[in-house]
Design a protein around this ligand. Structure first.
Ligand SMILES: [Zn+2]
Length: 279
């Protein structure tokens, strides 16, 4: 069972699912039903957005960046799903339910944000570019970008004494690797989460980089096959059931060798691993 927090694959699938419906569409309004999520939400958001055309939706880490720039100004809507946020498309005039905090209105459809725990984020950023925004500028490498590979991981981890797993989850180093994906990638690569990052060798770094990509892409593919349902569903937080080899399997047999899966705490988070397969 996978935790309900949206991770990089869920955010990416939301993006891919929304693009065909929203690209190039004119925003006819916005409804803000909440004062504050993680930060205060500006009641003026509606005025800023109304009349703008949505050029595209980008992703940086787990942030969705709605590009509403134009020659006459415009800007960006920056959205983060937090702990429990989800996006869906609903027909115009669909009544809002509890926890539906924000609507972005288009002529044919409504993009609706539901966020029961209110850790999400909605911000307006005026101007041409958004990459230098303080929330984005400090983010590390995108694991699905060309910049990320074994060589990059090897150089980024030299002289690091911290264990490899918390380092993989450090957004200043690498973005979007949550607890589940860190645990699963390390299992796939056969590397113990306890290893000092600086002691993971060059070929192991290559194996681990591949494992990270593969784990994320599998999850995106699993979600991608149900994108249509996903963006139109009225369901939960939109998490994909990843079939986990180690995550949340404490005491259960390793599928590869039968050893009971170990669970420990690392940097305040649960780590699951096989003490025989991962060295
Ligand atoms: Zn094993």
């Amino acid at each position: 069972m996978v935790a309900a927090m949206p991770e990089l694959p869920e955010v990416e699938v939301s993006r891919q699912g929304l693009l065909p419906y929203l690209t190039g569409q004119r925003i006819t309004g916005a409804i803000v039903r909440v004062d504050k999520l993680r930060h205060p939400v500006s009641p003026a958001l509606g005025n800023r957005l109304t009349g703008l055309r949505l050029n595209t939706i980008r992703r940086r880490g787990k942030y969705l960046l709605f590009d509403c720039t134009s020659q006459s100004g415009g800007g960006w809507l920056l959205l983060h799903l937090g702990m429990s946020g989800s996006l869906r498309l609903v027909p115009p005039d669909t009544p809002a339910q509890k926890h539906d905090h924000f609507d972005l209105l288009f002529e044919q459809t409504v993009l609706r944000l539901r966020d029961p725990r209110r850790f999400g984020l909605l911000l307006w950023h005026a101007g041409e570019t958004i990459d230098a925004h303080p929330l984005l500028a400090c983010l590390g490498v995108e694991p699905l970008s060309e910049a990320f590979d074994g060589e990059w991981l090897y150089s980024a981890t030299r002289h690091r004494r911290a264990p490899i797993k918390p380092l993989l989850m450090d957004a200043r180093v690498l973005v979007g690797i949550g607890n589940i994906y860190a645990s699963e990638s390390l299992f796939l690569a056969g590397i113990s989460p306890l290893r000092a990052a600086g002691n993971v060798g060059r070929s192991e770094c290559a194996t681990l980089a591949d494992a990270i990509r593969q784990t994320l892409q599998q999850s995106i593919a699993a979600g991608g096959s149900s994108v249509r349902d996903y963006v139109h569903s009225d369901g939960g937080a939109g998490c994909f059931q990843l079939s986990c080899a180690v995550y949340d399997r404490k005491g259960l047999s390793c599928h590869a060798c039968g050893t009971p899966i170990s669970a420990i705490r690392q940097a305040g988070r649960s780590t699951f691993y096989c003490s025989r397969c991962q060295v």
